[in-house]
Design a protein around this ligand. Sequence first.
Ligand code: SF4
Length: 347
Amino acid sequence: MAAPTKPHQTHDSLSNGGQAFRRSLINWFEDNAKDYAWRRTQDPYAILVSELMLQQTQIATVLEHGYYDRWMQRFPNAKALALADETEVLKHWEGLGYYSRARNLQSAAKIISTDLSGNFPTTAVEIERLPGVGPYTAGAVASFAFDLPAAIVDGNVARVLARIFDLREAVDSGPGNKLLWELARQLMPKRKNAKSREYNSALMELGQRICKRASPLCGKCPVAHYCATRDPVNLPVKKQRAKTELIEEHVMFCVRKNAVLLEQEQGSRRKGLWKLPELQKKNSGEKQTHTDKPILTLKYSITKYRVTMKVYQARASKASKGRWVTFEELDDLTLGAPYRRALGKLI
Ligand code: SF4
């Protein structure tokens, strides 16, 4: 692997430990910080919950739909989550997607409440051993809960650092990512209780509100003085993305009295979630008992796929697998978001 190249340009006071840089950023943050529920607590479990929820979901979605508050009311600590039924855990996650996060959170809660006798790990290295926790999440929990000088690099921080240091490496390449982490560590305070909590929060918030992806507000930036780039809009550099693949999904809508036929997902990503049954293949030997044309078409995206889902009215056959679910029961089941959307339109 090629050695990471040095940043293009570094402001003197950044190569001197970054104390003045941190002070400018923290001063701005203290005057402008947004008030999120997870910023009002230093409970590591609550912070882990918020970080996993926010991993692939926008803050606005988590807040506006009350996911975090509902979760914390129902599972206020690791023990409550460890003892809960997985079906209920997934139900509280419904709509956030990427359900492996909910499963990992429950696995982590079980480790904390049993193997660790209820004691949350207290260093970034130990926190990173929990299921579903990578270097970013470990650093976030260690700094936000314990004020440890643990670095973090997420999308917002990567963008800010790439611009401050005028990095020309692709930040999603191995060498570019390694360099980002080195820079993030260099800028951290060197000891505990030195406002790492505020500094990391400020760095992320600067990326969200000032150093924006398409239109950075450099005129309002509290650390513009330290920023090396003259070309912020074209930073960070990224590798070419995998192309989106277009695929079709054909599913059945079978209704009997006030019940609909559903089946459970088998794949690892959404295992256990309920969905509309797949249409039997023409060569499966099954008699075709569905409409020729779809009664509903809708589109959704998952990872690199853009899916066109076609729903056909159908009659269940003896060979149909799945479960008849009454319309009243639908609210209690955990359904993949596209299927709930489809049922919302059809029922
Ligand atoms: S000066 Fe502009 S590009 Fe540099 S960190 Fe601030 S907002 Fe980002």
